[in-house]
Design a protein around this ligand. Structure first.
Ligand SMILES: C/C=C/C(=O)SCCNC(=O)CCNC(=O)[C@H](O)C(C)(C)COP(=O)(O)OP(=O)(O)OC[C@H]1O[C@@H](n2cnc3c(N)ncnc32)[C@H](O)[C@@H]1OP(=O)(O)O
Length: 257
């Protein structure tokens, strides 16, 4: 249900594709287990620097698997076994993750994209949180990340109505950073991944940690974390190399330490 392809100019971009076409990439347990395993494999393989997560042209993911969920009771999801085990692996990956979203990204599909660091959308992308229309609520971060990434009014409207929004509307409200023709989307996401992958993986990881802190703390706490992370780069060879290379007018050669 998941394919992993090595790509990018330097072959250091992991293209992870959700591949369950018969159910529009609905996020069943097996798919999420495989996704989690693939993400951890890439995370621990130093030959990969950046991850691009995508689906098909028709669907990034049509949400959690409703047919699987329909059989569950409260005790199943709360106590007996954690229905969301492994679902947030994506959010804890230290390497940058770019979501390349074409087609339906509904419910858990939108929430999966919201766990990524950057969202690029194809012109046919559709985002939304339709859980309210099937008697439940977003459970993978939708009610928390929409207000942080857009604003309260947009978040409430999306989550209370279940309405879908287009790629261009998603860009307008700040959910996605760029919109591309559907067929170019993945290539554009890989070009972006290449630009990130040209930098030191060590420093890229530090940048991700610092920006991510802005969504977890107060401004003052975040500024304190940023200051310490900035200072910590002065203990790295890559910081020395980057500044020397600038002065010597040459390309930096990163050692990753
Ligand atoms: C914490 C997270 C919670 C959640 O995420 S709750 C789920 C939120 N998502 C949704 O409510 C969306 C459900 N899906 C749909 O509304 C529609 O699909 C679409 C609008 C996305 C596409 O409609 P169309 O193009 O007509 O395709 P089709 O015939 O409905 O779907 C093709 C096959 O895919 C299965 N499928 C689609 N979405 C899901 C899903 N979320 N869970 C389980 N199966 C799904 C269908 O049932 C069907 O299968 P078959 O051909 O066997 O009838």
């Amino acid at each position: 249900m998941i394919t992993l392809t090595r790509t990018g100019a330097a072959e250091n971009v992991a293209l992870i594709t959700l591949n369950r076409p018969t159910a529009l990439n609905a996020l069943c347990r097996q798919l999420m287990q495989e996704l989690s395993e693939t993400l951890l494999k890439v995370e621990h393989d130093s030959t990969y620097n950046v991850i691009v997560l995508t689906g098909s042209e028709k669907a990034f993911a049509a949400g959690a698997d409703i047919k699987e969920m329909a059989k569950l009771e409260f005790a199943d999801v709360f106590q007996k076994d954690d229905f969301f085990a492994n679902w947030d692996t994506l959010y804890h990956i230290a390497k940058p993750v770019i979501a390349a979203v074409n087609g339906f990204a509904l419910g858990g599909g939108t929430e999966l994209a919201l766990m990524c660091d950057i969202i690029y959308a194809g012109e046919n992308a559709v985002f939304g949180q339709p859980e309210v229309s099937i008697g439940t609520i977003p459970g993978l971060g939708g009610t928390q990340r929409w207000p942080r990434f857009t604003n309260k009014s947009i978040a409430m409207e999306i989550c209370l109505t279940g309405d879908r929004i287009s790629a261009h509307d998603a860009k307008e409200v700040g959910l996605v950073s760029k919109v591309f023709p559907t067929q170019q989307l993945v290539a554009e996401a890989v070009i972006l991944a290449d630009r990130i992958a040209k930098n030191s993986p060590l420093i890229v990881k530090t940048v991700k940690k610092s920006v991510g802190t802005a969504y977890e703390t107060s401004l003052n706490q975040g500024l304190e974390v940023e200051k310490h992370l900035f200072q910590s780069t002065f203990a790295t060879n890559d910081r020395r190399e980057g500044m020397s290379a600038f002065s010597e007018k040459r390309a930096a050669k990163w050692s990753g330490n």
